[in-house]
Design a protein around this ligand. Structure first.
Ligand code: BTN
Length: 322
């Protein structure tokens, strides 16, 4: 029995949020009590909140619904079911797709319970504790090459908000180019990684990290964040959310592939959290101050500066006071 397999079996038992004695767990899984204790320590290192009470055993601080391929697949059309790969603990779902030996088909998805090297935009780390978020990447290749992906990351953001709306989460908005905000804090981030030669198809790995119920102990996250449970009090089934995200992303990308950004411009306007607000745009080491005036037809940011509208294709909006 491999180390990770033992951990998975222990976690499947602890997922009910009840006490399980180390002795019984050991007997059921053919492990010594010391081995059980070592695996529990390993699970805690992945961000799980497990505590031990003498005479009762181990317990998860709250019950946990694990991701299951079967539960996600049954909510999706048959053609998509074999396109979903649910992993346990991996470095990064984006990296998993990048490392595949065979190029996947459009819509192929990798989901994980935890990431040990989750990536954010601009070289940042995406903190990825076990079982508390959605960590998901989808593959899509655009035959039209680089010019066919203008505005792609905005479209992913819109699809994420639509998935949330489908599940009755109200009030999610977007910060250009693609952060999802809820109640003034970041709820989800999107990382688009692109590979392709000029004049050839453009292969994209579209990563989404969406906070659901992060551990309340100190997490090393460098900006104000929220999660769905904290912000809405709703009980979220991650399998249902994963399936809804896959469905919305697939629908949006199918439209985007043939029609580009045009059908999404009015949707962006409805979800543009910082429209008409003063912001600071960081471009490398430079700062530009202005008022957000939406996007152009390529998805570039429009900022009003000294009474004139200027267009910006890159950079990061900061809402912190100048
Ligand atoms: C951001 O900085 O806002 C983007 C965060 C993107 C995180 C997701 S989690 C799934 C996928 N795999 C990764 O390593 N990163 C993305």
């Amino acid at each position: 029995m491999s180390f990770n397999f033992s951990r998975t079996l222990i976690l499947q038992r602890l997922a009910d949020g009840q006490f399980h004695s180390g002795e019984v767990l050991g007997q059921e899984l053919g492990l010594s009590r010391a081995a059980v204790s070592k695996h529990i320590k390993g699970l805690c290192e992945l961000g799980l909140d497990i505590f031990r009470v003498t005479g009762k055993g181990y317990r998860l601080a709250k019950s946990l619904t694990l991701l299951e391929h079967r539960k996600i697949a049954q909510l999706l059309p048959q053609v998509m079911q074999s396109q979903i790969n649910v992993q346990n603990v991996i470095d990064s779902t984006n990296q998993f797709i990048r490392d595949m030996n065979v190029k996947p088909s459009n819509g192929y998805v990798c989901l994980a319970e935890a990431q040990t090297a989750g990536r954010g935009r601009r070289g940042r780390t995406w903190v990825s504790p076990y079982g508390s978020s959605i960590y998901m990447s989808m593959f899509w290749s655009f035959a039209g090459g680089y010019q066919a992906i203008n505005g792609l990351s905005l479209v992913i953001g819109i699809a994420v908000v639509k998935a949330l709306q489908t599940l009755s989460v109200k009030g999610a908005m977007l910060k250009w180019p693609n952060d999802v905000y809820l109640q003034d804090k970041k709820l989800a981030g999107i990382l688009v990684e692109v590979e392709g030669q000029m004049g050839a198809a453009c292969d994209c790995i579209l990563g989404v990290g969406l906070n659901i119920d992060l551990p309340k102990k100190a997490l090393n996250i460098d900006q104000p964040w929220t999660d769905l449970v904290q912000a809405t009090g709703l009980t979220i089934d991650r399998n249902v959310l994963a399936a809804t995200l896959i469905d919305e992303l697939t629908k949006a990308l199918t439209i985007f592939e043939t029609q580009g950004l045009r059908p999404f411009i009015s949707q962006w306007a409805e979800l543009d959290y910082f429209y008409d607000k003063p912001v600071k745009l960081m471009i490398g080491n430079q700062c530009v101050y202005g008022k957000v005036k939406g996007i152009d037809n390529d998805g570039a940011l429009l900022l009003e500066k000294d009474g004139k509208i200027e267009t910006f294709h890159g950079g990061e909006i900061s809402v912190r006071p100048a």
